[in-house]
Design a protein around this ligand. Sequence first.
Ligand SMILES: O=C(CO)[C@H](O)[C@H](O)COP(=O)(O)O
Length: 218
Amino acid sequence: MKRKCALEALKYIQDGMIIGLGGGSTVAYLVEYLSQEKKDIQVVTPSYQTAQLCLQYQLPLLPTWSVDNIDIAFDGCDEVDLKLNALKSGGAIHTKEKIIAAMAKQYVLLVDESKVYETLPFHHSVTLEIIPESMSIVKKQIEQLGGKVHMRSSKAKDGFTMSDHGNFIMDASFQHVKDIKKLNNDLNNIVGIVETSLFVGLVTSVISVDDAHVRVIK
Ligand SMILES: O=C(CO)[C@H](O)[C@H](O)COP(=O)(O)O
């Protein structure tokens, strides 16, 4: 299904474009297809893993700081709803993903149908990149908003998981969210949070596949 989704995405890419490629396994297939098709494109990516793949497949890379306009960007997500709100959590690179989404004329999510909901269920946490010094105050304010906080860590490193910018990664779980936009605004108003992994008003379409169908949600 991921291959099918990547093949569908390929149809949107034309020679001469600057394209954004996010993280994840579906995007990895798209890199492979772009190389096979010998598309004359330049790539901007928030992901070191995708960057490494682009180098391997000889797709030209541009540093994100050098562009202010992207023709089309593709990314994965963990949950997306029919109003095009999306939640990304796993990769902890959402700040860079949002910069690319903000520059892209079209920001397209590649998913299978299991990730598409009428309205976001928040089965996944909202991931927050936070300034280390703000950890306790951010935790307190998130609890006041009804969230539960978990500091991300991994066995591969002592202490907390750090973002590519040297900040802490905090996961905040929420239940029964009635107003997604308000939650995102409330989180963005907390001093110390650099970015949330809630994407509101950024996604322009979703390519969703299942065994039998391809659905484009706009
Ligand atoms: O948003 C993400 C992590 O937070 C990834 O982009 C997403 O999980 C990738 O999914 P897949 O590997 O199924 O393409």
